[in-house]
Design a protein around this ligand. Structure first.
Ligand SMILES: O=c1ccn([C@@H]2O[C@H](COP(=O)(O)OP(=O)(O)O[C@H]3O[C@H](CO)[C@H](O)[C@H](O)[C@H]3O)[C@@H](O)[C@H]2O)c(=O)[nH]1
Length: 330
């Protein structure tokens, strides 16, 4: 049996492909390469270039491969971009996911892992780690577009022989410990990526978005998770569903929050240099603080994170950034 990875040329998807191959799985990838890279897809995976909403292509993929599971990463992930282009986000993340789920049901694919997000929670009412049962109040079209897909999955699982796991990612960073993949998009906007690029002189400077949040130092607090731990949670979810486990939505974070200023200090410390930072207005769509309670993923998936260390995550992100600089210099 093979696993279909959508968005396998992207940041998290490319790590997933390596983790599946490491686990002895057969892997099929679909990616339209709008933000992902062909080179990021492990050569052992069978690759189809195209769109998840292309139902003819999806039928072809399901007929040419014995697929029992889909891990769905393809989508758009930048919160402020979603505020500026909500319909683009609903199209890419919700409408296309609906088409993919319909193709999966039509082909009788029983298992589906979905890359959801902590953004489905918005700002929790109580500033403590969130469990999956708190109310879902996304503050950005990005979060709403992902929540709508979770709802479609829930209803589909009620109606069909179909089981899903929605993993609600907190803030993903770092790179494959074996150096085979990392966050490679030059346009990436995520904090650790941007801070590492600035520390290494690839960027002139960077901004801290908002210093007046109701948090200890006024900047937003997030739960940063190593990408390799995250993809291992997907493997566990797959194993659990194949063993008969039911549908589930589970947080993927470590349970500790770091402010933007704390992350920047950690990058300075790990890299051993200072770099310019400007203070800017709040960014649209950002909740003040969001930290995971990861108990459910630990209990239900048996997920045991190995890389729960902010400095280690930053080291790994810096190493990958330097690798990209060397690669681009040639
Ligand atoms: O140059 C930057 C970049 C980010 N930030 C701040 O750093 C924090 C983290 O921002 P990121 O862009 O790194 O990530 P998000 O919190 O927007 O992450 C969202 O998108 C992720 C997907 O990439 C996950 O889905 C996650 O669950 C969801 O909350 C925010 O307060 C942001 O304003 C800055 O101050 N300067």
């Amino acid at each position: 049996m093979a696993v279909l990875v959508t968005g396998g040329g992207g940041y998290i998807g490319s790590h997933m492909v390596w983790a599946l191959l490491d686990a002895g799985e057969q892997v099929v990838v679909i990616d339209r390469l709008s933000t992902g890279f062909r080179w990021a897809i492990a050569p052992e995976a069978r690759f189809y270039e195209g769109d998840i909403a292309d139902t003819v292509l999806m039928r072809q993929i399901f007929s040419e491969n014995e697929i029992d599971s889909i891990i769905h990463f393809a989508g758009s992930i930048v919160v402020p971009e979603s505020v500026a282009d909500p319909l683009g986000y609903y199209e890419n993340n919700t409408v296309k996911s609906r088409s993919l789920i319909a193709s999966a049901v039509e082909a009788g694919i029983p298992h589906f892992v979905f890359s959801s997000t902590a953004a489905v929670y918005g700002t929790p009412e109580v500033l403590e780690p969130v469990t999956e049962s708190v109310s879902l109040k996304p503050e950005s079209p990005y979060g709403s577009s992902k929540l709508m897909t979770e709802i479609m999955l829930r209803d589909t699982a009620n109606a069909h022989d179909f089981t899903y796991t929605a993993l609600r990612y907190f803030n993903v960073a770092g790179a494959d410990p074996k150096g085979r993949s990392g966050q490679s998009s030059a346009l990436a906007t995520h904090l650790i990526k941007v801070a590492c690029a600035t520390a290494l002189g690839k960027r002139q400077s960077m901004s801290v978005f908002g210093t007046d949040y109701p948090t200890p130092d006024g900047t937003c607090v997030r739960d940063y998770i190593h990408v390799w731990d995250l993809v291992q949670a997907h493997l566990k979810a797959l194993q659990r569903m194949r063993a008969g486990g039911g549908s589930l939505a589970a947080n993927c974070g470590y349970g500790h929050g770091f402010s933007v200023l704390e992350v920047l200090d950690a990058v300075r410390k790990v890299h051993g240099s200072d770099f310019p930072v400007t203070f800017a207005e709040r960014r649209a769509g950002d909740p003040a603080m969001i930290v995971a309670n990861p108990a459910l993923a630990r209990q239900e998936l048996g997920w045991v994170p190995e890389y729960d260390d902010l400095n280690g995550i930053i080291r790994s992100a810096l190493d990958w950034e330097q690798h990209l600089m060397r690669k681009n210099a040639h």
